[in-house]
Design a protein around this ligand. Structure first.
Ligand code: HEC
Ligand code: HEC
Length: 327
């Protein structure tokens, strides 16, 4: 009996491994884009922390979107429960399908076209049959979503210097500057109120939405027209993701695009700061080019917002940066 049980366990593990491998293959397959040139990994580049180094993403036929490509390595670790900068999806297996039909990302007409492309590929058909041995049908959308989500969820970084310090008690993992930075991050900087240090390893996000102050000034004059536009297009049934990626001004309304609650205008999800030194440029619209600027911006704006004006010296900002580089 024991042997049987462990046999089942390793069957399940082998199946998961197969699904992750299949997800990885799809993630790297340009044939799933309208013009055959764009794959998930065109924007989520492994060597760049699964971001693209661009201000905003560029998809099929050189079309630019409106948002900065987020890292995918934080999803599993931070146990994210909402996806995209405005949290418009609450399930990963929905989120992974959206880019395929987004007109400025992979540009397929619809999910039927996606399904046909995968089903027409003999190699894919065989791989899906192996990864889902009990399935009655040859390749379904749910299966595609499952393997992509399994792959994204499996992405992990090696342990960071801060992990060594916090998880393994290695007090030498952070140098003096980084230690001072950590104290500011937790203490007077109040960064850890949103970029939480809780979790094993630290999640560095509170999974919540906050007003950012970024991008909103430019559209402040135009709010009534823009919010009307969002409500109208949503009544017409346009997918939020496609709308947001093709209307830069409306994209700046953030979470309002999802809830249509005026209280949510300009709110964005707190990004995890894991690997943050590798993912420039920063913020939902990629408008902040460097980590130094991002720190200046957050020190100024967050303290203003909290009503506790915060003055950090040049040296203290360097400390904070040294700490962020250990994440
Ligand atoms: C053209 C560039 C581009 C391509 C191609 C692309 N993405 Fe993305 N991805 C983005 C951008 C930009 C966002 C953020 C969009 C937003 O928040 O509105 C994003 C967000 C995501 C998210 C949510 C991450 C989070 O932290 O909330 C997931 C998951 C994701 N992409 C997976 C994929 C998968 C899987 C593919 C391939 C099927 C893919 N992406 C293809 C640019 C791209
Ligand atoms: C009230 C919650 C809150 C506090 C406090 C806060 N942040 Fe943030 N942080 C956010 C949100 C939300 C964003 C995303 C803003 C956007 O994209 O418009 C963000 C973005 C960032 C980014 C850019 C990350 C990326 O991937 O683009 C950095 C770096 C950062 N914060 C550092 C800090 C530091 C350092 C502090 C302390 C001085 C701090 N934050 C305090 C909520 C917070």
């Amino acid at each position: 009996m024991i042997h049987r049980a462990s046999g089942h366990y390793s069957d399940a593990a082998a199946l998961t491994a197969q699904r992750i491998a299949l997800g990885k293959a799809l993630f790297n397959d340009p044939h799933l884009s309208a013009d055959g040139t764009i794959r998930c990994a065109s924007c989520h580049i492994p060597e760049k922390g699964y971001t693209d180094g661009r201000r905003v993403a560029v998809g099929v036929e050189g079309r630019a979107g409106t948002r900065n490509t987020p890292s995918l390595v934080t999803i599993g670790v931070a146990q994210e429960t909402s996806f995209f900068w405005d949290g418009r999806r609450s399930a990963l297996d929905q989120a992974v399908l959206d880019p395929l039909t987004n007109p400025v990302e992979m540009g397929l007409d619809d999910q039927t076209e996606l399904l046909q492309r995968v089903q027409q590929n003999a190699g894919d058909r065989q791989a899906f049959a192996q990864a889902f041995p009990d399935a009655k049908q040859a390749v379904t959308l749910e299966q595609i979503a499952t393997v992509l989500a399994d792959y994204v969820q499996s992405l992990k970084l090696p342990e960071s210097a801060y992990d060594h310090y916090a998880l393994h008690g290695d007090k030498t993992a952070l140098n003096q500057r980084a230690l001072l930075g950590l104290a500011i991050f937790k203490g007077k900087g109040r960064c850890a109120e949103c970029h939480l240090l809780q979790g094993t390893p630290a999640m560095l996000t509170d999974h919540a939405f906050h007003r950012t102050g970024i991008g909103l000034d430019a559209i402040a004059q135009d709010l009534p027209r823009l919010t009307q536009g969002v409500i109208q297009r949503s009544l017409q049934g346009a997918a939020i993701g496609n709308r947001v990626a093709t209307h830069a001004d409306e994209a700046q309304l953030g979470r309002f695009n999802v809830t249509q609650d005026p209280a949510d205008i300009g709110l964005f999800r707190t990004p995890s700061l894991r690997d943050v030194s590798q993912t420039a440029p920063y913020m939902h619209d990629g408008s902040v080019a460097t980590l130094d600027e991002a720190i200046d911006r957050e020190v100024y704006y967050r303290s203003l917002q909290a009503g506790h004006p915060l003055q950090l010296t040049v040296e203290e900002r360097k400390d904070l940066k040294a700490f962020l580089e250990t994440l």
